[in-house]
Design a protein around this ligand. Sequence first.
Ligand code: NAP
Length: 304
Amino acid sequence: MKDIIIIGGGPAGLSAAIYAKRAGCDVCVFEKMSPGGQVMTTPEIENYPGFVGTGFDLSMNMFDQVKGLNVEFEYETIDRIEKNDGVFYIYSADGKEFTARSVIIASGAKRRLLEVEGESEFTGRGVSYCATCDGNFFKDRVAVVVGGGNTAVEDAIYLSNICEKVYIIHRRDEFRASKVLVERMNSIEKIEAIFNTVPVAISGTETVESLVVKNKITNEESVLSTDAVFVAVGTVPETSFVSDMVSYDNAGYIQTDEKCMTKTEGLYAVGDVRNTLLKQVITAAADGAVAATFSAEYVQNLKL
Ligand code: NAP
């Protein structure tokens, strides 16, 4: 049995791993894709003190630090967690069973879908949820970014280095993204912002050819010719494997106390899956440190 199992290898999970290992615990991290989580595909990080560079490099730095501490890191998709007689049972999607004295949920969040006509049909054929992964397919072509948060604005800036023209459509008349990013975007001529507008349908033949949009004030519909639609309308927490061992806020994020502990003793939640007010790499890493410190204390008390 492990002392602590951490589910998720993004900044929150990797930070938790560092703190838990250094507190003397036997730790294992489970990650279903690649270390770094959402940060892995962030084009540029410039608000994490002591580091300026790509999300990929920051993720790899964190991962190398964790490996350097000899933390066990396994590629597994976790399907279910249970707690019986003080022991956590963790089941993987392919039927493996693991046990731990304490569990830290660091599963993050995934991109929210637009839920308009044509979205699923054209996913991978012009519809994308990752500008850094797919932007290069649209060199010298036209792209539309949907959304008004930091991700959408960063995506538009990133795509402007590749595409001939970038539209960003937002449902309100003001961006939610930070001022510095909006100002940077506004200085790029290739990017055209369209406000008070929502997508209605994505169409094309083999690949995306156009996006039908509706102005929310006039209710008028119009057609934007485009080769790509990048969806950046926020995130939804990854909690499918957790069940009722935790309580959730109205948006589905896990509620915790100040130690990042959920309503189940020994079960912690950190980073983007938790109902935090600010979702940043630094707040995720801070959550990991807090949860691991108190999870380690919880484990040590169990062993007394
Ligand atoms: P977000 O901040 O939640 O923004 C989502 C955007 O999509 C909002 O502008 C929202 O409009 C719009 N939207 C939501 N549902 C929509 C729909 N169905 N149709 C059209 N538009 C829709 O999400 P995010 O940009 O992915 O960022 C997630 C978190 O990560 C945030 O806390 C963000 O600050 C953080 N983040 C930080 C950085 C950075 O610091 N550099 C970079 C990336 C992400 P409304 O504005 O009207 O609600």
